[in-house]
Design a protein around this ligand. Structure first.
Ligand code: ADP
Ligand code: GLC
Length: 494
């Protein structure tokens, strides 16, 4: 088979910039594709403020910048920028869009109207990079709204430029709740040939600029990050105003489950843990629980189960349910809990208050920290993911591998990765509740506490989870099949 040339266009990429699962997903898929012999290149903005301040960059050994193509003046509407290659050795070749006037805040997403210009520039730069390298991609794989103008631009370039004649676009919708919606007049400033194409005529809000909508309307193929979520987005409940358009284009839509890069997510070798452990040799896990209690300020409460959560603090993640369902269990002394998260200030405030009301029993760590996240996966006995919607979700898969039993709502990728445990048959990997209400989550928590009280059942349940295999080696062939279908016969054989 001919190796494919694939360009990933993304706002996040582990370890360069990460707020959530997008970063891990693009890195995991790209690494697996590169290891299988494909020519994979990544384009991501350079966030100078984040590089200077953020733990993810400080804590990782990054190679210095290698090659710069500079400066590129795109057109009259955009500032000059550089495209810089990091020397990565093996694996995907990573390029960064360095535009000093843009992406200069100390967070990845600055919000506001300038974000429209920043991410429009990312899509422009994707095509520019190909031209400068004289590199004809088979696939331009765009991720989320941040890269959603690239399919639109590609459709135009394909008509005029031989370099792109064989190129197809894939748009992966990681999170339909974030669409990149801006005031309509901005469309004229994005340097597009036909800004009108960007304006949404009807939904979700009339006559606004909607990046994700433009991407969905123009990409050659659409994916979501789990099969269940691919059906969900076709409904008004989950489609967030884009379900009508998605139904029109449903023959181009497929759901492919995310994978896990177990080279980086393995309790037997994770360098962030005080002691390593694995299935059949679990001695190290209690040491992780002790360390988690110490670092988060929980009491040393012996064998009392610790519930963990690592999450963006957003309505999507079911924080309201958690705030209602968890306190009675904490008050009764049935468990302890720790939440690591950053996000919406009202949620942070409510969690802070809960921690103040229940010192030693509930801890809230308001930070973004890769090392504490890993300690929560390893040191907790059960892991909470009560999401209202969850396109895939990675934390429940990490929790499974780290022997922390997931408590999840039956939605999206959570439905596809966790099955409710049955102590009679010994089958199942977690506790799954259906209705997004306090009763549902409380029931799921009680189930876990019951199983925890039965050591044989608990060991079986935990072993089932640790053995579950969601590696990228299983998922990547689905992307490859899609890419090859799009690339056509020329790319089928060598
Ligand atoms: P989403 O992408 O919707 O946030 P996922 O479950 O797909 O949800 O991925 C979340 C990723 O972000 C996981 O790798 C999780 O460990 C990480 N994460 C979330 N919050 C934090 C935090 N406060 N500190 C460190 N890592 C975090
Ligand atoms: C999104 C989704 C999450 C998914 C991640 C990576 O942020 O909320 O469910 O796992 O993207 O695809």
């Amino acid at each position: 088979m001919t190796p494919l040339r694939i360009l990933m266009v993304t706002a996040e990429y582990t370890p360069l910039a990460k707020t959530g699962g997008l970063a891990d997903m693009v890195a995991g898929l790209s690494t697996e594709l590169a290891n299988s012999g494909h020519d994979v290149r990544i384009l991501i903005p350079r966030y100078r403020g984040v590089e200077a301040a953020g733990e993810p960059l400080n804590s990782l050994q990054l190679p210095p910048f290698a090659t710069a193509i500079s400066p590129v003046a795109l057109d009259a509407t955009h500032p000059p920028y550089e495209l810089i290659r990091r020397s990565t050795g093996s694996g995907p070749e990573t390029w960064q869009l360095d535009a000093p006037d843009f992406f200069s805040g100390n967070t990845i997403y600055g919000g506001g109207e300038t974000e429209a210009l920043c991410f429009a520039l990312l899509s422009h730069a994707a095509l520019k990079l190909c031209r400068l390298l004289d590199w004809a991609p088979h696939i331009v794989h765009c991720h989320d709204w941040h890269a959603s103008l690239a399919p639109l631009l590609l459709n135009t370039c394909r008509l005029h430029e031989p370099l792109f004649r064989q190129s197809s676009s894939v748009l992966t919708i990681h999170n339909i709740g974030y669409q990149g919606i801006f005031p309509a007049p901005l469309a004229d400033r994005l340097g597009l040939m036909e800004p009108g194409q960007l304006l949404s005529p009807d939904e979700p809000v009339p006559a606004t600029l909607n990046f994700l909508r433009a991407g969905i309307a123009s990409a050659d193929a659409l994916t979501t990050v789990s099969p269940t979520h691919a059906s969900e987005v076709l409904t008004p409940e989950y489609g967030k105003g884009l379900d009508g358009l998605l139904r029109q284009r449903r023959n181009r839509l497929v759901g492919i489950l995310n994978g896990v890069d177990y080279a980086h997510w393995n309790p037997a070798s994770d360098p962030h843990l005080p002691r390593n452990y694995g299935i059949g040799q679990m001695d190290g896990k209690p040491a992780c629980r002790t360390e988690l209690r110490k670092r988060s300020g929980l009491d040393d409460a012996g064998g009392l189960p610790v519930f963990g959560m690592v999450s963006r603090l957003a309505a999507q993640k079911g924080i309201d349910l958690l705030l209602q369902a968890l306190p009675p269990f904490l008050r009764d002394g049935a468990c302890q809990a720790v939440v690591l998260g950053q996000g919406d200030p009202p949620y942070a405030e409510a969690l802070r208050k809960l921690a103040a009301d229940m010192p030693g029993r509930f801890a809230f760590v308001p930070a973004h920290s890769e090392s504490i996240a890993r300690l929560v996966f390893a040191g907790s006995d059960a892991f909470l993911v009560p999401s209202l919607y969850e396109p895939c979700g990675l934390t429940q898969m990490y929790a499974l591998r780290y022997g922390s039993v997931p408590i999840v709502r039956d939605t999206g990728g959570l439905h596809d990765t966790v099955t409710h445990f049955d102590p009679h048959t010994g089958m199942g990997t977690g506790s799954v509740f259906r209705d997004a209400d306090t009763g549902g989550l409380s029931w799921a928590i009680s189930q876990v506490l019951d199983w925890y009280g039965e050591p044989a059942a608990w060991q079986r349940l935990r072993d089932n989870g640790m053995q579950a295999d969601f590696s990228w080696a299983h998922q990547t062939p689905h992307y490859l099949a899609l890419y090859r279908r799009l690339a056509g016969p020329g790319a089928q054989t060598s």
